[in-house]
Design a protein around this ligand. Structure first.
Ligand code: ME8
Length: 555
């Protein structure tokens, strides 16, 4: 379930970066992570799901590791694409956006995202602060008005130059219909920003991750003078946007509007860092020292929008006088069966259909286990089913189910005396997972977790509890084996919580434990209390390729 939008009480202060608010309360900045905000010109798709899930895993893992985190996602609702989609459905843009935003919010809930807020760019709280940004930058001389005559791609909502033109004078089909335009607009002066940005990216190698994306940005910045950015569209041509406060004949360019969400959301909640710059006289929003979010720790985005995030956004922030985000995490794109997903060819993955059939945790697992943050991924239905059966049903599911079934059968469901037979392996895995999570190596973290799953399943085969159970002289030995297995399942629940929160909670409940396994420190060996009664074992991931009950036989 999404968290309530920032109504939560003051997060406990952590030592790093802690300071005193004006009320004398010890405050600290939260870990702040964002996703791209999705265009509502269509339904949510696999790419949207992937980005939101990896961001959720990072947010949850930070919280589990004891660092208060704030996770922002939302929808990008202005601009031509959305206006055209509304028109195509014969709806007024706002009514159309209201419907689609509700669909995207439900989608976030189906993915079990733990977002703290969901921003829509048509909300007054966003529009007000975008106008504050524009007014400030205009007053400080960052914009100028000029006439432009030339080519324009309506599909990409961008002006094209001779550079984009092919030798035969035509444009790449990716630009869609290209028209010739002559119009006045406002431009953002870029020239003064090029060199400091190059220096900054060179001095901060982590700013853009992975490194091949950083090199791409540097290559772009070094290859040509940065052209001034057109930040307006005449309202006569496009009126679905935020009016420029200093010239209402124009609306704001959709990317300027959209990128701003990363600061308008915290600003609207009272983030003093943002408001000191955008609302120094306190006319728009009351500062709230409990909301310390900016600068963001990570913007998670796809590879196609890197220039906006690694070039224009830092420049916008620098011009505003706000610190830059710590990192831009650039993920790759999913294909299906080695081909671009496309509705027209029917080559798509419908995330909701997959979730309905296999469960949300199986879907989350496949996305994160299959694709690291960086390269492109390839979805295959067969690969999905294979992972489901091998890793989830036969691996984790079987381990938990047979452990609990044996505890029920041989010990009446009562946890036996503590033992430490798998404690070393569990501690080693816990250490590896912590290191991977801290470095956002999500796939590697899952690989480490599954090494422990495999080890514990081998341990069942090696110790053969069903044989021990037949010999009363082996009672103490059986106790030791059963405790080690049940405790390993508990540790696994803690390690898995950021990835598969529902499954982790089910494992805890089946072990008879209350609460959620959402604190990494609980992965310490020995948490299960001898004498405690476990709950009901129920298969976590029923097999789909044979009649139900065929998997997960005890012992
Ligand atoms: O770009 N695989 O919105 P969007 C992985 N509104 N990721 C994919 C993908 C795929 N096949 N297709 C799209 C926008 N994405 C803007 C963002 S942010 C201030 C404004 C990713 O709905 C894409 O890379 O077209 C982007 O990060 C996100 O989905 C939203 O794409």
């Amino acid at each position: 379930m999404p968290h309530a939008p920032c109504r939560s009480p003051l997060w406990p202060a952590v030592a790093k970066g802690a300071g005193l608010s004006h009320t004398g309360v010890r405050m600290s900045k939260r870990f702040y992570i964002t996703t791209a905000i999705d265009y509502v010109n269509g339904l949510p798709h696999l790419g949207h799901a992937y980005e939101k899930v990896i961001t959720d895993v990072i947010a949850r893992s930070q919280r589990s590791l004891g660092r208060p985190a704030f996770f922002l996602t939302g929808t990008d609702e202005h601009g031509q694409k959305v206006q055209q989609a509304a028109l195509a459905e014969g709806k007024a843009p706002q009514a159309y956006c209201d419907e689609l935003a509700a669909v995207f919010k439900q989608f976030a809930a189906r993915l079990q995202l733990s977002n703290d807020d969901f921003i829509r760019t048509t909300e007054p709280r966003h529009k007000t602060l975008v106008q504050a940004i524009l007014s400030k930058l205009h007053a400080e001389g960052h914009f100028y008005k000029a006439n432009y005559t030339g080519f324009y791609s309506t599909k990409e909502e961008t002006f094209l130059t001779e550079r984009e033109r092919r030798p035969d004078g035509t444009f790449d089909p990716k630009w869609g219909t290209v028209i010739e335009l002559s119009e006045d607009n406002y431009y953002f002066r870029m020239g003064r920003h090029q060199q400091w940005l190059i220096d900054y990216i060179e001095a901060n190698p982590d700013f853009v991750y992975p490194d091949y994306r950083r090199n791409e940005v540097l290559g772009f910045l070094k290859s040509q003078p940065l052209e001034d950015l057109c930040i307006s569209r005449p309202a006569t041509r496009l009126n679905w946007g935020i009016p420029l406060p200093f010239d209402p004949q124009f609306v704001t360019y959709v990317w300027f509007d959209a990128l701003s969400n990363y600061v308008t959301a915290p600003g609207s909640l009272g983030d003093p860092t943002v408001l000191a710059v955008l609302d120094p006289e306190g006319r728009l929003v009351k500062p709230n020292p409990e909301v310390q979010l900016w600068p963001a720790d990570a913007h998670v985005i796809g590879k196609d929008i890197i220039k906006f995030h690694a070039v224009y956004w830092p420049i916008m922030l620098k011009a505003m006088g706000l610190p830059l985000p710590r990192q831009i995490l650039v993920h790759g794109w999913w294909q299906k069966d080695e081909a671009k997903m496309s509705k027209s060819t029917g080559n798509i993955v419908d995330p909701l259909a997959v979730i309905d059939e296999w469960g949300v945790d199986a879907f989350r697992y496949y996305l994160v286990r299959e694709l690291d943050i960086g390269p492109d991924g390839n979805w295959t239905d067969a690969g999905f089913a294979a992972r489901y059966h091998a890793d989830l049903a036969n691996g984790l599911g079987n381990l938990v189910n047979r452990t609990l079934a044996m505890l029920k059968r041989y010990r009446n469901g009562v946890v036996p005396t503590r033992s430490t037979e798998l404690a070393g392996e569990a501690a080693q895995t816990t250490g590896q997972v912590r290191t991977h999570l801290e470095a956002y190596r999500l796939k590697a973290a899952l690989e480490s977790v599954w090494a422990l799953v495999t080890r514990a399943n081998q341990y069942v085969d090696q110790t053969a509890p069903f044989r021990l159970a037949k010999d009363p002289a082996q009672a103490a030995r059986l106790d030791a084996v059963l405790y080690s297995l049940a405790e390993t399942c508990r540790v696994l629940a803690v390690l898995l919580w950021p990835f598969l929160p529902g499954t982790a909670a089910k494992i805890y409940a089946q072990l008879g434990l209350s609460g959620e396994p959402n604190q990494f420190t609980a992965a310490q060996w020995g948490g299960l209390t001898p004498g405690q009664t476990i709950g009901e074992p129920t298969p976590l991931f029923p097999r789909k390729d044979q009649p139900r009950g065929g998997a997960s036989k005890p012992g």
